[in-house]
Design a protein around this ligand. Structure first.
Ligand SMILES: [Fe+2]
Length: 476
């Protein structure tokens, strides 16, 4: 009986030559299992073109006309729940007014909010007058107009507040990382703006201006970046993550305070989530709970970031905000031969928490290419047990590397071969992504390369929420 079953399964008798064939076939199958990957490496070849920074006299860097006109205007969420907005801008000639005049569309009543102004120096550079003003108590889902530059040259912009936080609120986030200010950067931003999915808020995963590419980290390139991105970020909030190009630590020129230009220019609502530093914080927006972490601040046991995250994760109420999204700059899972394992120490510290609290997705940048992982974890490994291979784990997040904004350092195109089983899709192209939340169970994710038309999706995936609908959602 036993023999018959073997015959049925294997299809040959147990003679010596058959055994030899069996081992040949078995060895082929085993080799295939080891060498084959579960994912796809796209062989798409992008057009070769210059990736240099756009020249200083480019139209995208133009200084707005008028005396002391506000420039580099940008907004971000100003509180924990989306009822406040931080408006920031720079004036070049004199401090001017700190007032933001704002009103909801159709309303006759104009309100005023007062901000603060400051400057900073970096090596031989002195900044313009940098203004930050928080507007509070905004109505949900409302279009607001705002005016800055009162007393001198006034400029008018608008934004739309998110719907009230709730479990089934649809909302569309854009994703860009490592943008810089090259011709490719401009293409990435244009593709995001023209994407018919209509991103409402940008989740930016770090590395903004790449000013540190220049001698003395020429902070003029922070100004040009502010003017370049204004066309989007003056109208919709960008949620900031600090990358390594924000550190600007340069003792050789006397600059020893990390993140100096970044923290002066880009404010975030970190205190609203109980954080003690602007590099790690959280916000709720629509149906998402977004946790921003810093790859370049201490995260070992007992450190402020560690303690904050330990206290923060249990606070996430998935019945209110089903989608738990984490942003960080340096990826934990990356199969390119660039920045390999730079994120490993943070993974060791935090990965088990991400699995325990069922994070839906982790977005990172840093590697200048695109990659999406399977749902995997590597938390069984404890150094001595040898269990160091990531395994499928339906409680684990999908890890997406989207450092393909198009900066001056160019593309990462050298990949680990064969593609590891945990890597679902990878491609060395510039682009952006969209995370389109439909309801508490479903979100549609797509990645768009700059070489395609605005509506084309080069990679996509339906995300099933890990709290409400925790079934397999792999595309492989
Ligand atoms: Fe980076």
């Amino acid at each position: 009986m036993q023999e018959n079953i073997k015959m049925g399964v294997l299809g040959f008798s147990s003679s010596p030559s058959s055994f030899a064939w069996f081992f040949v076939v078995l060895s082929l199958v085993m080799n295939a299992a080891v060498l084959c990957n579960g994912g796809k490496t796209s062989r798409f070849i992008r057009k070769l073109e210059a990736t240099g920074d756009m020249p200083l006299d480019s139209d995208v860097f133009q200084v707005p006309h008028g005396y002391n006109a506000p420039q580099q205007v940008h907004i971000t969420q100003g509180d924990h729940v989306g009822k406040a907005v931080i408006v920031s801008w720079v004036t070049a000639n004199e401090p001017g007014s700190n007032t933001v005049l704002y009103w909801s569309e159709g309303s006759e009543i104009k309100k005023k909010a007062e901000g603060k102004v400051h400057t900073y120096t970096y090596s031989n550079y002195t900044s313009g007058y940098i203004h930050h003003c928080t507007i509070r108590n905004l109505e949900d889902n409302t279009k607001y107009h705002y005016v800055i530059g009162i007393d001198h040259t006034m400029r008018k912009f608008w934004f739309i507040t998110p719907p009230e936080v709730g479990p089934d609120v649809p909302y569309t986030f854009g994703l860009i990382g490592d943008l810089g200010q090259t011709f490719d950067s401009n293409k990435t931003l244009t593709h995001y703006e023209k994407n018919p999915q209509n991103g409402k808020t940008m989740l930016f995963v770090g590395d903004l201006s790449y000013a540190d590419h220049y001698p003395n980290h020429d902070n003029v390139r922070w100004d040009t970046w502010g003017r370049f991105t204004e066309r989007s970020v003056a109208y919709q909030p960008w949620i900031w993550t600090a990358g390594n190009h924000e550190i600007d630590f340069e003792p050789s020129i006397g600059e020893t305070k990390p993140f100096k230009p970044y923290t002066h220019r880009y404010h975030v609502p970190y205190k609203a989530s109980g954080s003690t530093a602007p590099f790690w914080y959280s916000i709720k927006r629509a149906s998402a709970y977004i946790i921003v972490l810093s790859s370049y601040s201490a995260y070992g046991t007992y450190t402020p970031q560690y303690q904050w995250l330990q206290d923060e994760l249990p606070k996430v109420n998935r019945k209110e905000t089903p989608w738990l999204i984490v942003l960080m700059h340096s990826p934990w899972y990356n199969s390119y031969n660039y920045h390999y394992m730079e994120g490993e120490t943070m993974r060791v510290m935090f990965e088990s928490w991400f699995v325990q609290y069922k994070v839906d997705v982790v977005f990172s940048g840093h590697v200048h290419a695109y990659e999406r992982s399977e749902r995997i974890s590597n938390i069984a490994y404890n150094i001595t047990n040898g269990m160091c291979t990531p395994v499928n784990d339906q409680s684990a997040p999908v890890y997406i590397t989207i450092g393909d904004g198009g900066n001056i350092e160019g593309l990462a195109n050298n990949m680990t071969e064969p593609q590891p089983a945990y890597s679902a899709y990878r491609e060395a192209s510039f682009g952006h992504a969209m995370f389109d939340i439909k309801n508490r169970t479903h979100a549609y994710y797509s990645w768009h390369r700059n070489e395609d038309g605005y509506a084309v999706e080069a990679d996509s995936m339906w995300f099933y929420n890990r709290y409400w609908h925790s079934v397999e959602d792999s595309t492989s």
